[in-house]
Design a protein. Structure first.
Length: 328
């Protein structure tokens, strides 16, 4: 199968028939074999009934329905698990993403060799204050922290090599940072394509102001897990040693001054309490790293790594010998 399209949605009953007609037209024109996974993230309208009707009309339509609302990341993660196409395309259900972009997104994966291609909405029709400005801030921050240089990290329209979606896990609000997750998983050929962004035709946006805080916390989680997930002691142990060392140096200086000059009591100086604070914080950080290391070493996936390919010297040697014998 050429393409799997994943459409996470919540309360989009009005837009789904038009979206599916549009997707099918593009796929037929380009002679793609495809499937469409519509993931209903706890809709309270008739979205699931619409999906059922579409599945009757189009054999390519498949649906997943959550019992309650879990969020876009959960919907994408389940779609990734179910997808069977060689190239996976994600798009929003609100008709703001154009299916006409699919052929080029597919080509960039298959012919240009990208692992992931993210859309870039150069011209947006969202509210400038509530969505555009925060989006620019997050993109700037994420680029500086992760080294993944994309203009629009959170664009819903993306294409992936199948191996990418089968190798990553998306949860919380981490769908905003899938390119960063893919990079930490070892997929470094990440591209970008300017795409058309359309004004919302039906309904209202499903994202509130809480995404600003959740987005920052998830970015911090991704950066930590990516760098120190399997070696937490390297972070907490280093910070703990630094704080404890600073506190010890201050305490040693105060003790030395007391012994040599005997002009004041150590506890009379505010810096003494700063030294104690540093040593307590340092000890706590060190113990946190120690406990984190114990958890990481006893986790069932502690030695699970993504392997691109293997070479067996014995098999290569046997093939070489067999080839030489055939030649003679």
């Amino acid at each position: 199968m050429d393409i799997s399209v994943i459409v996470p949605l919540k309360n989009e009953e009005e837009s789904l028939p038009e979206l599916m007609t549009w997707i099918d037209r593009v796929m037929q024109e380009n002679q793609f074999s495809y499937e469409v996974w519509m993931v209903d993230d706890g809709s309270t309208d008739d979205s699931w009934e619409v999906i059922q009707r579409l599945a009757t009309a189009y054999k390519q339509v498949k649906g997943i329905r959550f019992r309650r609302n879990y969020g876009k990341s959960a919907a994408l993660n389940e779609g990734f698990r179910a997808a069977q196409g060689n190239v996976v395309i994600t798009m929003d259900a609100d008709l703001q993403d154009s299916p006409d972009e699919v052929p080029e997104l597919y080509r960039m994966i298959v012919e240009d060799g990208f692992d992931l291609v993210s859309g870039w909405k150069k011209k947006r029709y969202d509210n400038a204050i509530t969505k555009n400005l925060p989006s620019k801030l997050y993109n700037w921050t994420t680029t500086r922290m992760s080294g993944v240089h994309l203009h629009d990290m959170n664009c819903g329209l993306k294409s992936y090599r199948k191996k990418v979606v089968k190798s990553i896990e998306v949860y919380g609000e981490m769908h905003r940072y899938i390119p960063v997750i893919a990079k930490w998983a070892g997929f470094r050929k990440i591209g970008e394509k300017p795409v058309e962004h359309r004004a919302r035709k039906y309904g209202v946006t499903k994202f509130g102001l809480e995404r600003f805080i959740n987005g920052f916390l998830d970015l911090a989680s991704i950066m930590f897990i990516g760098k120190f997930g399997k070696r937490p002691m390297h972070l907490f142990g280093a910070l703990g040693t630094l704080f404890f060392g600073l506190g010890f140096i201050i305490a040693f200086y105060l003790a030395y001054a007391k012994i040599v000059f005997d002009k004041y009591n150590m506890t009379d100086r505010p810096i003494f309490y700063l030294a104690l604070l540093f040593m307590v914080i340092g000890s706590q950080l060190f113990l946190t790293g120690f406990i984190g290391e114990l958890v990481a070493r006893n986790a069932p996936e502690r030695n699970t790594y993504l392997i691109e390919e293997k070479i067996d010297g014995q098999q290569l040697y046997a093939k070489s010998v067999s080839g030489n014998q055939s030649a003679t």
